[in-house]
Design a binder for this molecule. Sequence first.
Ligand SMILES: *Cc1c(COP(=O)(O)O)cnc(C)c1O
Length: 539
Amino acid sequence: MSNAEASLEHLIRVFTKPEHKESTLSQIEQHLSDNLSDFLSRHVVAKQTSLEEIEQDFNDPHLPLQPEFVSTHAETLLSKLVANSVNTYAPTFIGHMTSALPYFHLSLAKLLVGLNQNLVKIETSKAFTPLERQVLGMMHHLVYAQDDAFYTQHLHSAEHSLGAFCSGGTVANITALWVARNAKLAAKQGFKGVSHSGLAAAYRAYDINNLGLICSKRGHYSLGKAVDLLGIGRANILQASVDSHTLNPQEVLALGREYQAQGNDLLAIVGIAGTTETGHIDPLDELADVAEALGCWFHVDAAWGGATLFSDTHKHLLKGIERADSITLDAHKQMYVPMGAGMTLFKDPAISASVRHHAQYILRKGSKDLGSTTLEGSRNGMAMMVYSSLHVLGKSGYQLLIDQSIAKAKLFANMITAHPDFELITEPTLSLLTYRYNPQSIQLALSEGNLDQVAINEHLDILTKGIQKQQREAGKSFVSRTRLGIGKYNNQCLTVFRVVIANPLTTVEHLSDILAEQHHIARTHSDHAVLQALVSTSV
Ligand SMILES: *Cc1c(COP(=O)(O)O)cnc(C)c1O
């Protein structure tokens, strides 16, 4: 029997009465908490189901008319949804920033739903609001390390925010640039501020043609969304080149001066602490100088790399981050918190006043409701996950995690360099690296300039793409791929494998197996023969 009775009694049971222990959902719950990895390996089966086939399972636009028993529905979830999910917990899943999580988050997730607090206002989140403020304070302290008096004054102040908690790096970047925009185009004599009067009036009042944002080509696409939403316009993102994968401060300064000389002004310079594609870190200290010279906001997108600050071994890589006006952090990346945990931090706790909003029924003046300065409205208590992680792992625990990821990435880079048929494309600064399959004979011929470099690279691109897809489809392991302009090849755009080492359970053996699997796929791939033929005719 799959249909339940559509009675009020049944619905009330759904809200209140736990299903008896034998029900499918309770079994799933039990299995998940007893042995997550067993649950995943049993139910998330690496089947070769195509996306099109899966779409057939989710193809019905009609609403279910009758209620269903939870157990019946749980069976459907297992077979249609769980079975075809991606096992991001697998230690051989090293292609993205999403990875395994510490087990206690499963129980915390239940607690979160059990309490269902809404952090938009204190009336629905009495203890969670101070907790979130403390979490922001702890992260603020990690970056800016102000004295205790500073935190006593600002941590719980109704007029100040050390940052804003949000769903992720994208919203964090948007929030930071929103605050920056409103601070730049603030109210003054005869003008009520951009927040009140809009961008056209603001540009007139400040006598500028446009506001621009400088970042590198490796800037995250969320910056494009941010300037789009804020009305600045995507055409006013000035992308500086990235010869050695990071911004060149002199070039940024020249670019900014030229833009300002054309009757424009600068909203911000965005430095990246850990680019999404390669993990490189812009020279933050020098960029802070440039932002000062140009009189603009300095934002650091540390969504990925921010957690490096936990490591006394590696935090020097982020030198200068403490000079940023605002910083983006993603706890759901290297802090191993479930998705939905981003943060913006502000150097100046009073700056959030530029976006402060009040309403009659909540967010009243003088209230400590977080919703008065966050972009999002209703929000859950993800800050608890960050709070608990910080306590359970501790700073020293995070340091170990960060250090071992970077060490493993360096080891993997050495394995690639030592292998005759692979070419390391970008070295790991943090725990990201890129490389490609490139057989020894071709590497040699390319370096001697005997071949049509552009054509060979294009064929290597096809092969790299083929290997990556075949490896993904085989389902044993996963690396991602991207395209990067590479200086060594006159900035030709190359398709490369991209590896993100995040899962602490990934071992050197896993890495060596992944490389061996790629080598095997390459050797037997049809494009390999095409490549060989091309080389033998052109030598
Ligand atoms: C992941 C990432 C983002 C976006 O974060 P989401 O949480 O996916 O919204 C922004 N910038 C950088 C550098 C990132 O790595």
